[in-house]
Design a protein around this ligand. Structure first.
Ligand code: ZN
Length: 253
């Protein structure tokens, strides 16, 4: 079994709870991280070091790209969090430990293939930045977007980025993770784009940490309780992060 995690966002209580859940299953032999280990959250260095330690792969997320290359196109709150994150990594972690983290961040791959499975943070068209949302299936959306995205998928594509877990089907339906409590069979040869959800800042109205298991034939979304208040109080205490980022954790939005 493979575990996919994404959008950890420097939330250590959530990250530790998810790794403990993975360990408790005893069936996971690889963990792949689809990006955004950092950004928004209060413990970026700890989050990076634990993720490096536990994962076979970490992809470049838009927050890593912004930390190493500049926070263009971000809203004020996210931009301030990114700038603080860059300082926390560059200034507070000196010597070889800091250099190792910085080199790793700059050189994260933006996509990874194994067999007919593609892994990206955002979308197959634009692996780091593009969002694939339920609203892309709605009336009035760009009719070329989803067919173009599916044309770039051999069979399966796992993504993060939106913090909204679920399965996009080739005939353009979205099945939210909350409707797939017994898992979802993907062994029929159709193409699927699977959003694995967010460990550290879920936005599907369920505040529990989310990640996804893949058996080869099916996907299973896991929700894990963690100490939200422990993270929220660290966020509130950090003037560069702020109260709104703390509040949204408890709401799952
Ligand atoms: Zn994210």
């Amino acid at each position: 079994m493979i575990a996919f995690i994404s959008d950890l966002h420097a939330n250590m209580p959530a990250i530790e709870a998810v790794f403990a859940d993975i360990d408790s299953l005893g069936t996971v032999d690889r963990i792949y991280c689809l990006g955004d280990v950092i950004g928004y959250g209060p413990q970026p260095v700890e989050a990076l070091e634990m993720t490096i330690d536990r994962c076979s792969l970490i992809l470049m997320g838009n927050h890593e790209a912004a930390v190493v290359g500049g926070a263009y196109g971000f809203r004020e709150q996210a931009r301030r969090a990114i700038e603080w994150t860059r300082e926390a990594i560059r200034e507070n972690v000196k010597g070889p430990r800091g250099k190792r983290l910085w080199d790793l961040l700059r050189n994260l791959p933006s996509k990874h293939h194994f067999g007919d499975v593609l892994l990206v943070h955002g979308s197959p068209r634009d692996p780091v930045m593009e969002y694939v949302l339920e609203s892309d299936l709605w009336e009035g959306a760009d009719p070329r977007k989803m067919p173009e995205i599916f044309s770039l998928i051999d069979r399966l594509c796992f993504v993060g980025h939106t913090h909204r877990p679920g399965v996009f089907t080739e005939d353009l339906c979205f099945l939210p993770a909350k409707d797939l409590l017994d898992g979802y069979d993907i062994s029929d040869g159709q193409k699927y784009l699977i959003n694995v959800g967010s460990v550290g800042q879920p936005r599907d109205d369920d505040p529990r940490a989310c990640y996804c298991l893949f058996s080869g034939d099916a996907v299973y979304f896991r929700r894990v309780e963690y100490d939200i208040e422990a993270t929220a109080s660290l966020v509130r205490a950090n003037p560069h992060l702020g109260a709104r980022l703390a509040e949204r954790l408890a709401k799952g939005q």
